[in-house]
Design a protein around this ligand. Structure first.
Ligand SMILES: *Cc1c(COP(=O)(O)O)cnc(C)c1O
Length: 379
């Protein structure tokens, strides 16, 4: 592909930070781990960061540290990356989906109360594409019903809702560092929390259930190997030092797409609410207007690919993934707004160092595709 969907930004400082670790005596559980964790806790504005090997592991440890178990329910969104819901399935907790807002693509707070039952234990909010969910409203609902709030902030590193940092809402939040995220460690994730108890539990569970003294063969509880290496942490800290620049450049790239697409009536862009006091863009997703069908969207993705431009549907609704259909009996029509949006989305090439000329080329090709499709359908 001439223009990829995503591309990481690795500089000479990142490379030498990694080399330093390789030449040291600590490839894991060394000094780079607490350094990275402190940086991430600061981004979330909380006391603790517990770095792990993926965002999915971070979410799983949050679910376990809250003691959620079989027959418990957690209210969440079906329009997300599947890990935000799979982390519940790992513990046989039932995800109860609530439809999204058609403009922001985040869970619709006005629909949450109706989904709460006597089995509901928590609300798991996801900050879609970097835009915080309406976290103060959701926190209010959680408090009113005596529920925990978990924040999947894997897409919103550095975003703020009403001045308060993403990851820092609710009892705990999760960050993720796969190469398409705002910063990368190759693979990696982090739990961020204000709670001493959750932090201690997560630290133990990520390291085979070892106790605080870390005696190598003493295991206090069921744990996992969710450790992240010092190699990854050094890369993460080096990347984190330029987070402000990364957020700034991604914001400028999103603004350029917004401007280029302003006069394309077939395309709807994501609405960012004014209460988002800082937007850290993860992906840039457009949606075709309602007169288009999923087949038109898929055709356009093929058209872009034929012209060397990579794009992708973002997301496929979680409730329609085959094993969710099988296990919970979900079907088409259950969450109509999610399904209407999901059938029409296209994630365009978007990364920190994307050039304005590349974005111009993407939009020109997209417009050509729309015109070509219209002629073909009319014929
Ligand atoms: C990236 C992401 C995760 C975690 O992904 P990993 O690949 O496990 O790091 C979780 N939830 C959402 C919404 C994500 O976008």
């Amino acid at each position: 592909m001439k223009i990829p969907l995503s591309s990481q930004w690795i500089n000479a400082g990142d490379e030498s930070a990694v080399l330093d670790v390789l030449r040291s005596d600590h490839l894991s559980l060394g000094p780079r781990l607490p350094e990275f964790e402190e940086g991430l806790a600061r981004v979330a504005g909380v006391a603790h960061g517990i770095a792990v090997n993926s965002g999915t592991s971070a979410l799983h440890l949050i679910v376990r540290s809250l003691g959620l178990k079989e027959s418990d329910e957690v209210v969440t969104t079906p329009f997300s990356f599947i890990a935000s819901s799979n982390c519940l399935l790992f513990e046989r907790v039932k995800p109860v989906f609530v439809d999204i807002r058609p403009d922001t693509y985040n869970i619709d707070p006005t629909r949450i109360a109706a989904a709460i039952t006597e089995r509901t234990r928590a609300i798991l909010a996801v900050d879609a594409f970097g835009q915080p969910a309406e976290l103060d409203a959701i926190e209010g609902i959680a408090r009113q019903h005596n529920l925990e709030l978990i924040e999947d902030s894997c897409e919103s590193l550095g975003s703020k809702w009403k001045g308060r940092r993403c990851g820092g809402w609710g009892v705990a939040g999760a960050f993720a560092f796969y190469p398409n995220k705002q910063i990368t460690t190759g693979e990696g994730g982090c739990i961020v929390t204000q709670s001493n108890d959750i932090a201690a539990l997560c630290r133990s569970m990520r390291n085979q259930g070892r106790g605080a003294t870390c005696e190598w063969l003493d295991h206090e509880r069921l744990g996992y190997n969710y450790r992240i290496s010092d190699i990854s942490c050094a890369l993460g800290t080096s990347q984190l030092r330029r987070l402000d620049t990364i957020i700034e450049l991604r914001g400028q790239a999103a603004e350029r797409y917004n401007a280029l697409l302003k006069d394309v009536p077939e395309v709807i862009t994501q609405r960012v609410l004014s209460d988002v006091t800082r937007m850290s863009w993860f992906v840039y997703v457009i949606r075709l207007a309602d007169q288009f069908m999923q087949a038109d969207r898929d055709w356009l993705i093929g058209w872009l690919a034929d012209h060397g431009i990579q794009s992708r549907p973002y997301f496929t609704p979680i409730h329609l993934q085959p094993f969710y259909v099988q296990e919970f009996g979900y079907k088409s029509g259950d969450f109509p707004i999610t399904e209407r949006v999901a059938a029409r989305t296209i994630a365009l090439p978007f990364f920190t160092m994307i050039a304005p000329e590349q974005q111009q080329e993407v939009v020109t090709c997209l417009k050509d595709g729309l015109a070509t499709r219209a002629r073909e359908v009319a014929r």
